[in-house]
Design a protein around this ligand. Structure first.
Ligand code: HEM
Length: 219
């Protein structure tokens, strides 16, 4: 019965071909450092899933944001766990993505023909940092408020464009409900959309080009 259903689906959707090109690829002899990309992917998916659960109770308004986060932590069933995973997962993701970048750099995996894989990777790192920056404000506590005040002031020191960037991030001269709305929409829509699109291109290239081998001395 199971084989008949799978056969029926395979004939229409080409599942076996997808399985062979995505999961059943030949890889060169590699080491544990080559798992860091998959670890980054796992963390990105975990952040997405826990973020969706947090969204059920989080209220992106200065009057209720702090209370809603408290409510998630102390009153919602397993809310502490979901928030904890999202909180620590964010830090871990920055570390793991960075280590993945170091691995590809030191093994020269950015060279021909993987330049675009590297470039999409650089954008993915920036977006991962952006996710951390925008997410930090959402609990709207003292630490979040002042960290974002400092962070946006730093953006304000960029030559020429600084004042524009700072007021665009804040939605005015100071942090307000507008800042929270902007950071929230960047955190749950704009940056994740870019992240998903770029991960798609990144993985397509990894599958298309295959994994590079560990460079040998005379290469
Ligand atoms: C959300 C962030 C990222 C995810 C989910 C991700 C995912 C992956 C995966 C699954 C692989 C294949 C397995 C591996 O080689 O480890 C890979 C390969 C690669 N990644 Fe990433 N990556 C991310 C960020 C980056 C960054 C920041 C860079 C560099 C700036 C980068 C550059 C590369 C390169 C050059 C390869 C090809 C490696 C090879 O062929 O040996 N990636 N990535």
């Amino acid at each position: 019965m199971r084989t008949r259903v799978l056969g029926w689906l395979d004939e229409r959707m080409g599942l076996t071909a997808i399985y062979h090109s995505v999961l059943d690829r030949k890889v060169p002899k590699v080491n544990w450092a080559f798992t860091l990309g998959s670890a980054s992917l796992f963390l990105a998916v975990t952040q997405g899933l826990t973020g969706i659960f947090l969204m059920v109770y989080y209220v992106p308004h200065p009057d209720q944001a702090y209370e809603s986060v408290n409510y998630i932590t102390h009153d919602v069933a397993f809310g502490w766990l979901i928030r904890g995973i999202h909180h620590w997962g964010a830090t871990l993701m920055v570390v793991v993505v960075f280590l993945h970048m170091l691995r590809t750099f030191f093994y020269a995996a950015y060279k021909y023909p993987r330049e675009i894989t590297w470039l999409t990777g650089v954008l993915l790192l920036l977006i991962t940092l952006g996710m951390g920056f925008t997410g930090y404000l959402l609990p709207w506590n003292q630490r979040a408020y002042w960290a974002t005040t400092v962070g946006t002031s730093i953006a304000g020191t960029v030559p020429f464009l600084g004042p524009f960037i700072e007021s665009a991030l804040r939605g005015g001269s100071d942090l307000s409900a507008l800042t929270l709305a902007r950071f929230f929409s960047a955190h749950i829509w704009m940056l994740p959309a870019a992240l998903v699109g770029l991960i798609g291109v990144h993985l397509y290239l990894v599958i298309r080009l295959g994994i590079s081998h560990i460079p040998v001395e005379d290469e």
